[in-house]
Design a protein around this ligand. Structure first.
Ligand code: PLP
Length: 453
């Protein structure tokens, strides 16, 4: 039986051009990029080339990219790394050069201050679970609500920012309903807040002593752009972000590699050199502290472990290919998305679209529908429909967090204000490069037949 795939938000196939770019680094050019000899340098050059290609695509410096094993690791590094750094710089043997000049002495008051982070309620679990874990460890976490389309509440963001806020993390595009968050506006709100903070510090005549760094360094802004990169501008300067997560496996690259963009990484910051030397960090990881230690030469000391050279080479190629085809592919998928929705309205008039209407607030490859449990069709739920589609050869994703045994209502659909029934009874359809109109027609036909039965 021929199989049809409509779950590109979960994973994309490896592009053959990416596979070709990776091939030499499995065995022919197998050197350890940390080694000084020819074999090592050959591998190191491949890592550098990928870093440079990706940096150009993101509009940043190659020194501002850390390769990781996955987007999950990047998100963990962003949240935990920033908090850890903040705590270590503040609470431990913090002797930065600015100490005496700016009166950064540690006091009981400082120790009592609880760092705070703000995340949206519809983040991927790799952010939410990490935030919850940090909460258990004494960090205050604000979960920003979203409206019925999935857009974060900017008013609540403004109200939540205060001098204890160290990090804001809001995803660029949501993985379940495809909502595009207003990253530029969020960056502007944060930057205005920092400016205000700077002004009030100036009027006091010196920095207050709550911070290891000048107080205007915080809050940092992180975005998880895993679902966005295929379709949206991810230039970090246009977006105004300090940290950004990407994953190769969502952009037709290999599994096992992700990255974290870190603004200013690898550049010297006056006053922090001694601190970095002591911690064996190179030369300015001022925003982050490593989660994986053990290789000070790797990723600026922020991520130990020999680099995954074939995967990184593939990541570079995958990014290059997205850059070449992004606009065209976006347009093509938008048409397919509109077509699919129009047809669904006819064949399944009771199915309700979850999230933003099609348009500038929704990425072009995503549609998510709630299927009423009983249309006299014999279909108990969206899960039944999903299983029947699977048996017919069509792979789609349940909107809820389903395993073989249980189904939890989707936290994203719940945050959009939907009932438990709707948050468990929805299906996500996501398109990708190989998706054609013929395939979509086949899917529509099967849905129609299943709903009629
Ligand atoms: N962030 C988002 C928005 C995602 O959609 C995913 C995966 O679906 C991840 C992070 C985690 O990616 P990975 O499983 O590759 O670590």
């Amino acid at each position: 039986m021929k199989k049809y795939y409509f779950d590109y938000a979960a994973g994309t196939p490896l592009d053959p051009r990416v596979e070709k770019a990776m091939k030499p680094y499995w065995s022919e050019k197998f050197g350890n990029p940390g080694a000084l000899h020819w074999f090592g340098q050959e591998a190191s050059a491949a890592v550098f080339r990928a870093r440079d290609t990706i940096a150009k695509a993101l509009g940043c410096n190659y020194r501002e990219i850390i390769f990781t094993s996955s987007a999950t690791e990047s998100n963990n590094l962003a949240l935990r790394g920033v908090i850890k750094n903040f705590k270590i710089l503040r609470f431990q043997d913090c002797k930065i050069e600015n100490d005496k000049k700016n009166n950064f002495a540690i006091s009981n008051l400082q120790l009592a201050i609880k760092p705070k982070i703000i995340v949206s309620a519809i983040e991927h679990d790799s952010i939410l679970e990490t935030a919850r874990d940090l909460e258990r460890k004494g960090v205050e976490v604000i979960y920003l609500p979203v409206d019925k389309n999935g857009m974060v509440d900017l008013k609540k963001l403004k109200e939540s920012l205060d001098e204890r806020t160290i990090l804001v993390s809001v995803m660029y595009a949501n993985n379940e309903v495809g909502t595009i968050e207003p990253i530029f506006e969020i960056a502007k709100i944060i930057s205005d807040f920092k400016k205000g903070k700077g002004e009030s510090q100036k009027s006091k005549g010196k920095f207050d002593n709550l911070y290891p760094l000048p107080p205007t360094s915080y809050p940092l802004f992180h975005t998880d752009a895993v679902q966005a990169f295929n379709y949206l501008n991810c230039n970090v300067n246009d977006l105004g972000v300090d940290l950004m997560t990407l994953s190769a496996q969502k952009i037709y690259g290999p599994k096992g590699v992700g990255l974290l963009y870190v603004k200013g990484l690898g550049f010297r910051v006056k006053g922090l050199e001694n601190q970095n030397k002591k911690n064996n960090l190179y030369p300015n990881p001022y925003t982050l502290y490593p989660l994986i230690t053990g290789g000070s030469q790797q990723e600026y000391g922020l991520r130990g472990g020999t680099e995954n050279v074939p995967a990184i080479a593939g990541f570079g190629k995958a990014v290059e290919l997205v850059e070449q085809s992004r606009q065209k592919e976006n347009k093509r998928l938008r048409k397919l998305q509109e077509y699919f929705l129009a047809k669904m309205k006819k064949i399944a008039p009771d199915a309700k679209l979850n999230g933003s209407p099609i348009g500038s607030n929704r990425i072009s490859n995503n549609l998510n529908f709630y299927f009423l449990p009983d249309r006299g069709s014999g279909l108990g739920s969206a899960q039944d429909l999903m299983i029947k589609l699977d048996l017919a050869g069509f792979a789609v994703s349940p909107g809820a967090a389903c395993t073989a045994r249980t189904c939890r209502p989707s936290h994203v659909l719940k945050a959009l204000g939907y009932s438990d029934e709707r948050a468990t009874g929805s299906l996500r359809f996501t398109f990708g490069r190989p998706t054609t109109k013929t395939e979509v027609d086949k899917l529509l036909k099967v849905i129609y037949n299943l709903l009629l039965k």
